[in-house]
Design a protein around this ligand. Structure first.
Ligand code: M6R
Length: 364
């Protein structure tokens, strides 16, 4: 049942290229030029704002999508944690699209937040894995992420499949709102169809991941840094690591380093920097230098150009294939997952059933 893998989590990490390729073909027309949504569709010209609500890893998928919707569709997005949103009772206007993201579709706080938005938002859209779930049933439209059953308590393939659907929605929003031409859309869709192949390459770096994980397994505290759309991934990398290896980990936006967390840095605190080469890369290099100047140990996840530009002094570089910036968050989820997985394996913790955690949080 684990398909030859030691843990469900390993199986679920490994099957991402296949699962994602199927999910992409479900949502992209066979000629690769259009995004296909269920009947009743979505017209993004009707909204002047999106509110996205979720918990845990699903919330980090929403935070990533905020970068996409705002940068490529110029549509303002507010992201909130369901437990905060539901009791804050935020004002919701009729030109708001409310999106709820949940693997299980049964998370109590997310469901309560959804119910709060009924009769307030123009439309309730959910992005779920379990199509028969309460959240799917109570939405105006439910888009399945098509990840297949996810058993490991640490969410992996559901995260990348959530990102896939949210990326497609952002592209659709850009097209509807007239801020992206057909050629650019087709280019993005063709890059998306190449993504599973790149994910396979990322999965091929297991040996390097294991060696980095053996270092992380010695640590008591680990920092994850990312900029732009990689910032939510820093949060996700830290969450994965703490969930299954019980090592204290914090994710920060790289630019926040000197506003506090740098006080923690010394030779015992590894700092994982998730930074594909992009226009902001030199800023990440400055952040790494600040860490290294305090004897901090940097594990840099980047591509070959980034590795070259990072210069000397990096503890370990984990190389990813080149990818267009728009899709980088989906590809770079793989090293975040593998690092946590191999660290937990090195520590001998219960990867699939970590202590104190449940797969589906149906009570608040
Ligand atoms: O089923 P959901 O997507 O609503 O669950 C949300 C969180 O409970 C979930 O993502 C949790 O944070 C995972 N254990 C993360 O690995």
């Amino acid at each position: 049942e684990k398909g030859g893998h030691k843990h469900f989590m390993a199986k679920e990490i490994a099957e991402q290229p296949t699962v994602l390729a199927d999910a992409i073909s479900h949502y992209v027309s066979t000629d690769g030029t259009a995004i296909t949504l269920p009947d009743g569709g979505l017209d993004f010209t009707q909204y002047d704002r999106i509110v996205m609500v979720a918990c845990g890893t699903a919330n980090y998928a929403c935070l990533t999508a905020k970068y996409w919707f705002e940068q490529i569709a110029r549509l303002p997005v507010e992201v909130d944690i369901a437990s905060e949103f539901r009791y804050r009772e935020p004002p919701i206007t009729a030109r708001t699209l409310a999106i709820f993201v949940s693997q299980s579709g049964e998370t109590a706080d997310t469901l309560a937040a959804l119910r709060y938005c009924v009769d307030k938002a123009d439309k309730i859209l959910s992005v779920v894995n379990v199509q028969e779930s309460s959240i799917a049933r109570e939405s105006d439209m439910a888009l399945p992420i098509l990840a297949g059953t996810e058993i490991g308590v640490a969410s992996t393939k559901a995260f990348t499949c959530q990102l896939n659907v949210l990326a497609l929605l952002a592209l659709k929003a850009a097209q509807d709102r007239g801020v992206m031409d057909q050629q650019t859309l087709s280019d993005h869709l063709s890059a998306l169809r190449n993504l599973p192949g790149l994910m396979n390459q990322a999965l091929g770096t297991a040996d390097a991941m294991k060696s980095a994980a053996r270092k992380l397994a010695q640590a008591q505290d680990v920092l994850f840094l990312g900029r732009g759309a990689m910032f939510p991934l820093a949060l996700e990398g830290a969450l994965k690591l703490k969930e299954i290896s019980y090592i204290h980990a914090e994710g920060y936006a790289s630019g926040e380093l000197k506003h506090g967390p740098i006080a923690l840095v010394d030779k015992k605190v590894p700092v994982v920097v998730i930074a594909p080469s992009d226009p902001l890369f030199d800023k990440s290099v400055s952040n790494m230098q600040e860490v290294m100047a305090r004897n901090g140990k940097v594990i840099l996840v980047t591509d070959s150009k980034g590795a070259k530009d990072a210069g000397d002094g990096v503890w370990q570089v984990l190389l990813m294939p080149e990818i267009e910036p728009f899709l980088a968050p989906i590809l770079y989820a793989i090293p975040a997952q593998l690092l946590a997985y191999y660290t937990a394996v090195a520590k001998g913790t219960d990867v699939d059933q970590p202590r104190n955690l449940a797969k589906s949080v149906t009570v608040e």
